[in-house]
Design a protein around this ligand. Sequence first.
Ligand SMILES: [Zn+2]
Length: 398
Amino acid sequence: MFFYPKADGTNHRVAGARGRAAMGTERKPEAEKETMEWCVALPKVELHAHLNGSVRNSTLLDLAKQLGDQGLIVFEDFKDVITKNSRSLPECFKLFDLFHILTTDHDTVTRITKEVVGDFAAENVVYLEIRTTPKNNEGKGMTKRSYMNAVIKGLKAVEDVDVVLFDSNLRTDETLSPTPMSDLAGDMKKQKIYVRLLLSIDRRETASAALDTVNLAMEMKDQGVVGIDLSGNPVVGEWETYLPALEHAKELGIPITIHCGEVPNRKEIQAVLDFCPQRLGHVCCLNDEEWKKLKSSMIPVEICLTSNVMTGGTPSLELHHFADLYNAKHPLSLCTDDSGLFSTSLSNEYYLVASTFGLSKAELFRLAQGAVEFVFADDEVKKSLRLMFARAAAGLVM
Ligand SMILES: [Zn+2]
């Protein structure tokens, strides 16, 4: 995710984007409500979710209060921004400052991870790849490794959902259990969610820090780390700085996803497409030639509708490049990017596709099912997910 403010300084808000707290409970015409509930019941695969941007508002409020009590921030400055469901760009920037302070504490990282997994599972996300930048912060006694240990601790602390981290005992006939429609308002069965981690290289980092992150990903292969991401402010840094680390990851066989085309940087977009990562995020600002190249590459794209509109990567939902890629049968998957920050949910992203582009329920199902093929987890997990979707198809009215 990156904010790309328009020259006129206008803010970007997504009309109709709904907060996860209000998910499925807002007053709206019956048909819309039914579609939203169906999107919640639909099993989903989330491939592009930043840990920090997915934090609950209630948690942010609580943690901001604690920082306020410690005199580290002025709580009142943040209170109103946190409690809003639709934020302007400057307000989002303000929250980023807060995230930065919060994630220098191990216990907070653990708490956030635990809650984020629980929130995705509650809306029937059955496979989740969380991405996060391992941080070094000497003053707080934090290393990239200890930061990731705090994340793993959070994954293991999830109570209401079975989090499947490792594959050792996985059988291919093992199925996940998305919530039946009839259970949405009542008893929630204990669900399973596969969770895998991507280590992000932040564009502000040095070549050597980027290399450390790749080596850490290799070290933590048996602990659920399945890939590398390149993200951060796209107007900061040079492609050449991260290239050695990304090439090293490629040599080690670690799958890679790259934030691409958040701004119209011709040289870098060409280089990224030539590099041929396993997946690409966003691809908002491509010119005709790059667009052609992307389509012929068939590199799967992580589509983040709400994020792209709010950050100005695309002028409106209606004009989003989802439609072009979808019609071209390009491999793609719907994702949230930063569900907390943008007050959305993966169910809401599916709802937006239905309401904006007119996809039928059967088409939404195939879109969700198709994302299984782009996960970075191993084939056994894929097999299990395929089976789960096949079984879910029989239970969902389409
Ligand atoms: Zn992102």
